[in-house]
Design a protein around this ligand. Structure first.
Ligand code: TIU
Length: 235
């Protein structure tokens, strides 16, 4: 755990510029690393996507998650999903497109994108520890209609390390929401993934363009390096 007497800061080599973070006011947010998005037979595949494209984010997230846990950093996981009676699904979301299975339909991992079903759960490699916060959200952004803002405020959090899937949908939406609320967000590039490589690239570029218009982007190695510098300071 961090020693509060230490100067618990680290500088992450990021784009558009390095960013110094006070670790005690920084949280790690892992977005929607659920079976429904990453495994065959879930919501992501029902939309026509190749879900294997998201696997690249798992290793980098696991590394940063382990470092965050070792430092005693606040860790928050999110899950996109809906109540079994579908009362929290906007009609427009339920009816959208022509998926092979709609939200709430039975699939091989249970009902698609429904809370409590196997497909809604977080993948085993990144499973939350007892006591870690899990935010259930009906929208793409993690602040919309959730307790996330209150939790961050109570924790005195000012900075977010953000990773997860998909880069241009739930990660981007959450980072935009967070930026508007005053949080400095560092998005972990290789800890994010998309079904569309070009959207992943552009999703990161649009965050860091214009002097970091709504955030910073860094590789997991750079984030780990800054975190480990902190760890070696701990006696
Ligand atoms: N479809 C897609 O790219 N993403 C989502 O529907 N949700 C999240 O990004 N989590």
């Amino acid at each position: 755990m961090m020693d509060s007497n230490q100067a618990s800061t680290g500088t992450v080599v990021a784009e558009p510029e390095p960013i110094e973070l006070n670790w005690s006011t920084t949280a790690l947010v892992v977005i929607d690393m659920q079976r429904d998005f990453l495994e065959p037979g879930g919501f992501g595949e029902s939309l026509g996507n190749d879900v294997s494209r998201l696997g690249s984010a798992v290793g980098p997230i696991a590394s940063v998650l382990a470092a965050a846990r070792a430092m005693g950093m606040l860790v928050i996981h999110t899950r996109e999903g809906h109540l079994p009676d579908l009362s929290d699904v906007p009609r427009a979301k339920l009816r959208r497109g022509a998926p092979s299975l709609r939200i709430g339909d039975p699939g091989p991992m249970g009902r698609i994108l429904i809370r409590g079903e196997p497909g809604h759960d977080i993948i085993s490699e990144l499973y939350p520890l007892d006591g870690e916060i899990v935010i259930d959200k009906a929208g793409k952004g993690a602040f919309y209609a959730t307790e996330l803002g209150d939790i961050l405020r109570k924790g005195g959090i000012e900075n977010l390390l953000v990773c997860g899937v998909t880069t241009e949908v739930c990660v981007n939406t959450t980072v935009r929401e967070a930026n508007d609320r005053g949080y400095r967000c560092v998005v972990i590039a290789d800890g994010c993934a998309s079904y569309f490589p070009e959207f992943h690239d552009m999703g990161l570029k649009m965050i860091k363009a214009q002097g970091g218009i709504f955030g910073w982007v860094a590789d997991s190695a750079a984030v780990l390096k800054a975190m480990q510098a902190e760890t070696t300071n701990i006696v």
